[in-house]
Design a protein around this ligand. Structure first.
Ligand code: PSU
Ligand code: MN
Length: 306
């Protein structure tokens, strides 16, 4: 066990008994949604995972300790503190731990901590990727490098078109990360099921997802797998409305000179503001949808590993 890692009793027992566990990230709590919807969603998504037969492991850094499995109080603390909790990516880990600070984990650091704890399936909303204009800014999320390195399956609703989705797919191809569409041949674009870009493979059942991941592990190929699960039709947004908001948010971020780790949280908040909260409802629903698929896939993976 890593010396900086604390795994909650419930999560440790489930792992030891080969029972399904699903990792959840905490930047979505502190930086991805406003309070109190962030805390409500974080607690409800844990409930959804339990109802689907798995144990949730929400991941964060508390007092300089890597945590897999948070208490309700810890989730509330992260949600209430919001932007004042540092957003922690791979490069931030050493200093945050050395100083004994709290941190919200992104997809990158949630994958790192999940892998240290022995958790293989992780559900979230959207991942980071290659930003629009990256050819000059070089703003490419560390999430993509992590998917190339760390053996965790990330189940998301694709990526928001705050990113350059075409370049994000090219980057993942170069890095050898399989991009799977769950029940679709088209990469979902978070708020809508349609991006106009194709995925690498379409798989249609949790068992097929687990089998593909299992083969990758048995082969000893490093890195994870990206599963993109379209938002349910009834919660998907009008592409014209959401794309207009995204374009405006990006213009505003350029005008204000936003850069680095602030970019993604700024764009997420701005899009929410411009769409009057409709995007938040969609965001919450797609997280639940991903959590259900992750729980079922984790159960199938346990069967294969038994
Ligand atoms: N995209 C979303 N919601 C999020 C994030 C991204 O739609 O909450 C968060 C995730 O934690 C992701 C991180 O890992 O932002 C990526 O940040 P950056 O682009 O700075 O790498
Ligand atoms: Mn960035």
């Amino acid at each position: 066990m890593n010396k900086y890692l604390d795994v909650s009793k419930e999560v440790a027992e489930a792992i030891a008994l080969n029972r399904p566990v699903v990792a959840l990230e905490s930047t979505i709590i502190s930086h991805g949604m406003p309070y109190p919807q962030n805390v409500e969603t974080a607690l409800r998504v844990e409930q959804v995972i339990r109802e689907s037969g798995a144990v949730p492991a929400t991941i964060a850094i508390i007092g300089g300790r890597l945590k897999a499995g948070l208490t309700k109080e810890e989730i509330e603390h992260l949600g209430k503190t919001g932007y004042d909790v540092p957003k922690v990516s791979r490069r931030d880990l050493p200093v945050i731990l050395a100083k004994g600070m709290d941190g919200a984990t992104t997809v990158t650091t949630t994958m790192i901590i999940a892998a240290l704890a022995g958790i293989k399936i992780f559900a979230t909303g959207g991942i980071g990727g290659v930003h629009r204009g990256a050819e000059t800014t070089m703003d490419i999320s560390a999430d993509l490098e992590e998917l190339a390195e760390t053996p965790v399956m990330v189940i998301c609703a694709g990526a928001k078109s705050i990113l350059d989705l075409g370049l994000t797919l090219e980057y993942l191809e170069t890095k050898g990360v399989p991009v799977i569409g769950y029940g679709t041949e088209e990469l979902p674009a978070f708020y809508t099921g349609k991006s106009g870009f194709g995925v690498d493979y379409r798989l249609d059942t949790p068992k097929e997802l687990a089998q593909a991941f299992h083969v990758k592990q048995e082969m000893g190929l490093k890195g994870g797998m990206l599963v993109t699960n379209p938002i349910p039709e009834e919660f998907s947004m009008d592409p014209a409305v959401i794309n207009k908001a995204i374009d405006e948010a990006i213009d505003e971020s350029i005008k204000q000179g936003i850069h680095g780790k602030e970019t993604t949280p700024f764009l997420l908040a701005k899009v929410k503001e411009l769409t009057g909260g409709d995007s938040l409802d969609s965001n919450i629903q797609l997280v639940f949808n991903n959590a259900r698929l992750a729980a079922k896939t984790a159960a199938e993976l346990c069967n294969l590993e038994a």
